[in-house]
Design a binder for this molecule. Structure first.
Ligand code: ZN
Length: 342
């Protein structure tokens, strides 16, 4: 009874405490651990994400630095390319200036003694000026003649024939490169075609001049008529041809000394040497006619002796023909009004 009472004497507060204790002790333990576990997982995830972010940021910054370095390198290379292009352009311009006149249409060129509107460079003073001239080339003999001239340090004049062909171009370029005067002697050398009419002559002239210009960059201003200006085979008046050349800013040269090698037979070496040299001391200007054709073998053989003989002469120089050279012409062709100017 008393127990009952005692138990009856439990206050409602006691019951509440007991209940609350029961609730706290029994199911509270696993719930707490779960929360702790979740918090740890969350923290780990956040840490992991932050670490990943940090790694990514590091990688991005590394890549950015590499990109910046490469961009800088591209910039430097571009700058270098620009500088090199400018250098190439400037070198090319210097080369062009050295090789061609300001106006390509002008009738003058380096190594050809001026012409056109420019004052030709003066020739050296000497009592006797000698001009070695070779007609009808280029031929297989041209290289031999060039070698001999080079050996003696002499410049000559080549009156070339032809208006087509790579072999001609190559030989003409060798003549120019060696510092000799490249001059014209017609495209065909066929009298019947060349001198059929003034139009035919003019066309042959223009074609050859253009061919030589395109092949060598030299605009020829010096001409020798096939057969000479005093030839008797032309159908047209040679004075008209001479005036036509004059209208083109071109001067023609005949000769006042003939080597004698123009015939069909081979002239002995000693005769060639004598023919070329015996009159020089009487002339102030000697234009010597020789031929650079394939068959003229004795001309090549005689050339060293001819040069040696001339070089041994007093107050005598061997020169290439230029626009400063006194012309030797067989015909008088100037019109009356032009004569006073000459
Ligand atoms: Zn000829």
């Amino acid at each position: 009874m008393s127990t009952r009472r005692m138990s009856d004497e439990y206050t409602s507060d006691d019951i509440v405490h007991e209940e609350s204790a029961r609730q706290q002790d029994v199911p509270a333990v696993p719930g707490h651990r779960l929360r702790k576990y979740n918090v740890r997982m969350l923290a780990a995830s956040v840490f992991l994400m932050m670490a990943l972010c940090a790694i990514l940021l590091y990688r991005i910054s590394t890549l950015n630095a590499a990109i910046a370095e490469m961009t800088a390198q591209i910039g430097r290379l571009t700058q270098l390319a620009v500088e090199q292009r400018e250098q190439i352009q400037s070198l090319r311009k210097e080369l062009d200036d050295a090789q061609t006149p300001d106006d390509p249409a002008k009738e003058d060129n380096v190594g050809q003694g001026g012409g056109g509107n420019q004052e030709p460079p003066a020739e050296p003073d000497a009592a006797h000026k000698v001009y070695l001239t070779f007609d009808d080339g280029p031929s297989p003999n041209t290289q031999k003649i060039l070698d001999i001239l080079d050996k003696y340090g002499v410049k000559a004049t080549f009156f070339v024939v032809g208006k087509q062909g790579d072999a001609k171009k190559e030989a003409m370029n060798k003549i120019v490169a060696a510092g000799h005067t490249l001059a014209m002697h017609s495209g065909t050398h066929k009298y019947a075609e060349l001198y059929a009419s003034l139009e035919d002559f003019a066309k042959d002239f223009a074609d050859q001049q253009q061919f030589i210009y395109e092949a060598t960059g030299v605009m020829c201003t010096i001409y020798r008529f096939p057969g000479g200006s005093s030839n008797t085979v032309s159908e047209i008046d040679m004075k008209d041809c001479a005036r036509y050349l004059d209208s083109q800013g071109v001067r023609f040269f005949d000769w006042n000394i003939s080597s004698g090698d123009g015939g069909t037979y081979l002239v002995p070496v000693e005769d060639l040497v004598a023919n070329c040299t015996k009159k020089i001391s009487k002339n102030s200007t000697s234009v010597i006619l020789m031929h650079d054709a394939a068959g003229k073998t004795t001309t090549v053989e005689a050339l060293p002796k001819i040069i040696e003989t001339i070089q041994a002469m007093e107050d005598t120089v061997i020169l290439p023909i230029t626009d400063a050279t006194t012309p030797i012409q067989h015909i008088t062709w100037q019109k009356a009004d032009a004569e006073s100017a000459e």
